[in-house]
Design a protein around this ligand. Structure first.
Ligand code: HBI
Ligand code: FE
Length: 294
């Protein structure tokens, strides 16, 4: 089988790709989880659900409650009954990262790839690859929000053109700064909805509360031009007014001319304020960086 293009080689990836189907899916194998793994899930769930209660967007919390999965590693089959009825999405098991084209194809068809293995005991706080806890706890609750669900399918449909135009980096930054690390301004204050945030105990509090973090109002082109870090807390977050903004500003956007204009330009460093940025909240270090850069 070919190597997922997202990794240097399959040996960098932990999952078992040998049994994967042509679309890279694998059965969940729920019966094979050990009691220690269910217990690890329960502890991760208990810790993280308490933290997000205060800091996650209402859409995320409503979805999490409906999934009702505090008691052990959920069966995708059971979750699918809930999700499919709500928004037409289903979960499919995958061994881990899969090639971009297959990932986009799943999303375009309202199938969300969820990694079937759970992190090890020593990785409770941090791991490099997405695991079952990140994929399920972080991503699946938002699939129950009809507006977000429609956006994510449209995002998947945008993949083909981005790949054909050699502008995947630009499209991937949209995913990164919304689906993974998005914040939202709500009546109850600044909240997180991105899966990379809400599945991380440290970053949940940091992203909404740290006063030295740069937060910008969401702007599609600004996002597509902004680099990101994969191995540290983010240096910039983008803030939505609502999930509807994803539909209003991204679905129907003509990406072609934007890709052509910016795909060969160096992206903005994440911590740097640009002319025309609409800054959302305090960012002392960010301003300092910009002054140094001038
Ligand atoms: N595969 N399982 C999995 N999860 C991802 O988040 C993922 C992927 N393959 C490709 C990919 N993400 C990204 O490169 C795209 O968002 C561009
Ligand atoms: Fe993710």
């Amino acid at each position: 089988m070919e190597t997922p293009s997202t990794a240097k080689s399959t040996s960098d990836l932990r999952g078992d790709y040998s049994q994967a189907a042509d679309d890279w899916t694998v059965p969940q194998g729920w019966e094979d989880y050990s009691e220690a793994e269910h217990d690890r899930w329960r502890r991760l769930y208990a810790r993280q659900s308490a933290i997000v209660r205060e800091h996650a967007a209402p859409e995320f919390l409503a979805g999490l409650d409906r999934l009702d999965c505090a008691g052990g590693i959920p069966r995708f089959e059971d979750a699918n009954a809930v999700i499919e009825a709500a928004t037409g999405w289903t979960l499919v098991g995958v061994p881990g990262f899969i090639p971009d084209a297959n990932f986009f194809d799943h999303l375009a068809h309202r199938r969300f790839p969820v990694t079937v293995w759970i992190r090890e005991e020593k990785e409770l706080d941090y791991l490099v690859e997405p695991d079952l806890f990140h994929d399920f706890f972080g991503h699946v609750p938002m699939l129950l929000d009809p507006v977000f669900a429609d956006f994510l399918a449209a995002y998947g449909q945008a993949g083909e053109k981005a790949m054909a135009m050699d502008a995947l980096d630009m499209l991937a930054r949209i995913y990164w700064y919304t689906v993974e690390f998005g914040l939202m301004q709500t009546d109850a204050g600044l909240k997180a909805f991105g899966a990379g945030i809400v599945s991380s105990s440290g970053e949940t509090v940091y992203s909404v509360q740290d006063e030295n973090v740069l937060r910008l109002h969401f702007d599609p082109v600004r996002v597509m031009r902004t680099a990101y870090a994969i191995d540290d807390f983010q240096k910039v977050y983008f803030v939505l007014d609502s999930t509807q903004q994803l539909i209003d500003e991204l679905v129907g956007l003509d990406f072609g001319p934007i890709y052509e204009t910016y795909r060969d330009a160096a992206p903005f460093p994440p911590e740097q304020v640009q002319d025309g940025d609409r800054v959302h909240s305090p960012h002392r270090h960010s301003i300092a960086h910009k002054e140094q850069a001038i």
